[in-house]
Design a binder for this molecule. Structure first.
Ligand code: ZN
Length: 296
């Protein structure tokens, strides 16, 4: 079913509990397909995109963005996931061709693929001042746990983060989703242990989504008996925003020497967008035109 990824925001406890939940099946599958990611890498990328999409719900300005950089010591070699205002995400794994033996509990070994040593960076670019980046060491490489510790330690917002991607036997993403519960100032009376217990009882988010749970259902389950109030529901989708024109500008910025070398050695140029895998080809005529623009 196309276009049914959404994100929901809700509050409970008189506004002291913020809950964000998303279904991200289509966007995770689109990312997998664009990058040709193998199952463990596809799950890692889907989790990262879901985490970015959820945290990106706090963006309020046109053009603002939030980027997760998960740089671990595992074979994936790094994950980048970016969410932009308006509900679009894009991202990639440095090495998408990673698949590890499934763990004893039947889950894909995302922690093994990402690596448990490294750093998570969260950058918010609100478009007005310098982007702000917060960083915290990874705790497991499972991404949900890493975001939980980042939010609690680096941003001092006690949070529960649950992210999950289910990859089918055909290698495609079958279901994907996430849930973030945050305790804001004034939540001192909230029974955090009970919240944790609720989230545990919900089980893997990907399984709940696979069983047909909508984002609002995830929130209702996590905040059961806390009367959550749903505030908004917005569509989410994979979208890169790269274009032939922008890639051409990048090539021109390399300067005449580099352009002439490409023209003489290869007779053309091909550039691949890291974020979405889109290929841009430029022939000799294109390069000659760029050389003119580059002043060469
Ligand atoms: Zn792109």
């Amino acid at each position: 079913m196309a276009g049914s990824d959404t994100a929901v925001r809700a509050v409970a406890g008189g506004g002291s509990i913020l809950a964000l939940a998303a279904r991200t099946t289509e966007l995770s599958e689109e990312a997998r397909g664009r990058h040709g990611a193998w199952p463990t890498a596809a799950a890692a990328l889907g989790r990262a995109l879901t985490g970015a999409a959820l945290l990106g719900m706090s963006l309020k300005e046109e053009g603002s963005s939030l980027t997760l950089r998960i740089l671990g010591n595992g074979p994936i070699g790094g994950l980048i996931a970016e969410a932009r205002y308006g509900g679009t995400v894009r991202g990639y794994a440095r090495n998408p061709f990673v698949h590890l033996p499934v763990r004893a509990d039947g889950k894909l070994d995302v922690g093994g693929a990402v690596g448990s040593k490294g750093v998570l960076h969260v950058t918010r670019d609100l478009g007005v001042q310098q982007p702000y980046t917060g960083s915290y060491p990874l705790v497991s490489g499972e991404i949900g746990e890493d975001l939980t510790s980042y939010l609690g330690r680096a941003e001092q917002i006690p949070s529960l983060v649950s992210l999950g991607v289910l990859v089918g036997t055909d290698g495609r993403v079958r279901s994907s989703g996430g849930l973030i519960i945050q305790l804001l100032p004034g939540a001192e009376d909230v029974d955090a242990l009970r919240l944790e217990e609720n989230v545990r009882r919900l089980g893997p988010v990907s399984r709940a989504v696979d069983d047909g749970a909508a984002p609002a259902d995830l929130i209702s389950a996590a905040l059961s008996d806390m009367e959550p109030k749903m505030l908004s529901e917005e569509p989410l989708r994979f979208h890169c925003g790269c274009s032939r024109g922008r890639v051409r500008d990048v090539l021109v910025s390399l300067g005449p020497g580099e352009l002439r070398a490409m023209l003489e050695e290869d007779g053309g140029a091909e550039a691949v967008c890291h974020f979405c895998g889109e290929k841009y080809r430029f022939d000799g005529g294109d390069l000659t035109e760029m050389l003119d623009r580059a002043g060469g």
